[in-house]
Ligand binder design. Sequence first.
Ligand code: SF4
Length: 209
Amino acid sequence: MIYKKKVIELLAEHIPNAEPTLQFNNPFELLIAVILSAQCTDKQVNKTTEVLFKKYKTPQDFAALSQHELAEEIKGCGLYRNKSLHIIKTCKLISERYGGRVPNNFIALQALPGVGRKTANVVLNLGFGKPTLPVDTHVYRVARRLGLSAGNTPRMVEKDLTDLIPVAERGVWHHRLIHFGRSVCTARNPKCAECVVEQYCLRAKRRHD
Ligand code: SF4
C-alpha cells in the first residue's frame, strides 16, 4: 500500500493538471462525443463534432435523422454504422423518457444504446461532476503496469482505483492517468527511461529481473 501511495504522490506532482481533450458544451454533447470516441482519437472526434453540433443541437434533432444521414456525418470516426444506430436510438430514448435531458444517474445512462460502464462514468464525471473514475484502455493499462490494481477487468481496476483515490480527486485522476498513458506509458514502446515512477513499475521490474 505504501508504494501505491508513493506512485500516486509522484504522478500527482509531475502531472498537476490534466484536462479532458474531448470538446463539448453540455452533457448531451459530451455523451455523443464519448459514443463517437470508441476506437477513434479525441482529435478526430472533435473535428467531427465541431461540424455536427452546429447542425444538430438536441436529442430531438438527432432522433429525426435517418441512420444513413447520421452515418455520413460521422464517417471519419469509424464504426459509423453502429455508432449512428446507437446515437439515434439513444436520442429517441432521451427525448421520450427523459424530456430531452441526459439522465444523471448510472443505471439510466448504462441502459442507453451504445453506452457502457466507461461512457456512463465519463458522462457522470465530466457532465455532472460526480466522483466516478472511468477506466478506459489507458487507465486500465497504466493501473496494472504500476501495480495500482491486479484486476483483470476494467470493473475490477475501477474498484481498486476508487478504493485508492479520494472521492474529491477522482475526476482529475481519470485525466491524469490518461495523460500519462498517452504521453509516457504508451501501449507500445513506453518511454520508461523518462518515467518518474519507473522504480515502482511491475512491468519495468519484470524486465530488469
Ligand atoms: S516504467 Fe515504463 S511501463 Fe512502467 S509505468 Fe513507466 S513508462 Fe509505463
